[in-house]
Design a protein around this ligand. Structure first.
Ligand SMILES: Nc1nc2c(ncn2[C@@H]2O[C@H](COP(=O)(O)OP(=O)(O)O)[C@@H](O)[C@H]2O)c(=O)[nH]1
Ligand SMILES: [Mg+2]
Length: 202
């Protein structure tokens, strides 16, 4: 491990390798389904059965996915000036994050437009974005509702901001495409875990 790395980074890396641990962060406007997604991962319940509450500031949870251990950081979507975890806890939220899921709702154009702002804000945290950035995934949720964002808009955004890994649409109400997405995500985690171990000669 290189000298520039500090103890926290080394310890996180140790946990990642020995515990098969991944850190996920879910970011996007309020009401787009971030907490519903996390609840689905932890309990298997979809939107109709989940008694949803506004996420206060930050919520940290955990689950397993395809045998990997996942830490889930769910952030409040409501963006009050200087009152958001990304204003005060960038390090806690973003340090060591492996995957950022940027969520918007397909029936809410503004939530899609705001993705660019969330992305820019996250990017500010990383000193060496090209090498250190996490896996970025864009999710258009609420596929069951009348659409105000077309599929090609999401695809185009992912192409334009080419550090996004992929774009997926789903409904956490009907369940459409949720399992497909999780399968693709698990494949990616398998690949990353294998690479991480190989990089450290394991
Ligand atoms: N119709 C529909 N409603 C959804 C879907 N996903 C979440 N919701 C509902 O949207 C509202 C906000 O969800 P929530 O997970 O709290 O959003 P968050 O603020 O991004 O965490 C809740 O009433 C959910 O039941 C979906 O795919 N379709
Ligand atoms: Mg929430």
């Amino acid at each position: 491990m290189s000298k520039e790395r500090n103890h926290t980074e080394d310890y996180l890396l140790y946990l990642k390798i020995t515990k098969d641990l991944f850190k996920f962060c879910v970011i996007g406007d309020g009401g787009v389904g971030k907490s519903t997604f996390i609840n689905f991962l932890t309990t298997g319940q979809l939107a109709p059965d989940f008694d949803v509450r506004r996420t206060p500031y930050i919520n940290i949870d955990g689950c397993t996915l395809g045998g990997h251990n996942i830490q889930l950081y769910d952030l409040a979507g409501q963006r009050r000036e200087d009152a958001h975890p990304l204003d005060h806890m960038q390090t806690v939220v973003l340090k060591g994050t492996d995957v950022i899921l940027f969520f918007f709702s397909l029936e809410n154009l503004e939530s899609f437009i705001n993705i660019k702002n969330w992305y820019e804000e996250v990017k500010l945290f990383y000193k060496n974005w090209e090498n250190d950035r996490p896996l970025l995934i864009l999710i258009g949720n609420k596929l069951d509702l009348p659409r105000n964002v077309e599929a090609f808009n999401g695809e185009e955004l992912v192409e334009r901001m080419d550090d996004f890994e992929s774009y997926h649409e789903m409904s956490l109400f009907s369940g459409e495409n949720v399992e497909n997405f999780l399968k693709a995500l698990c494949d990616k985690l398998d690949e990353q875990f294998k690479n991480l171990k190989e990089t450290h000669g394991l």
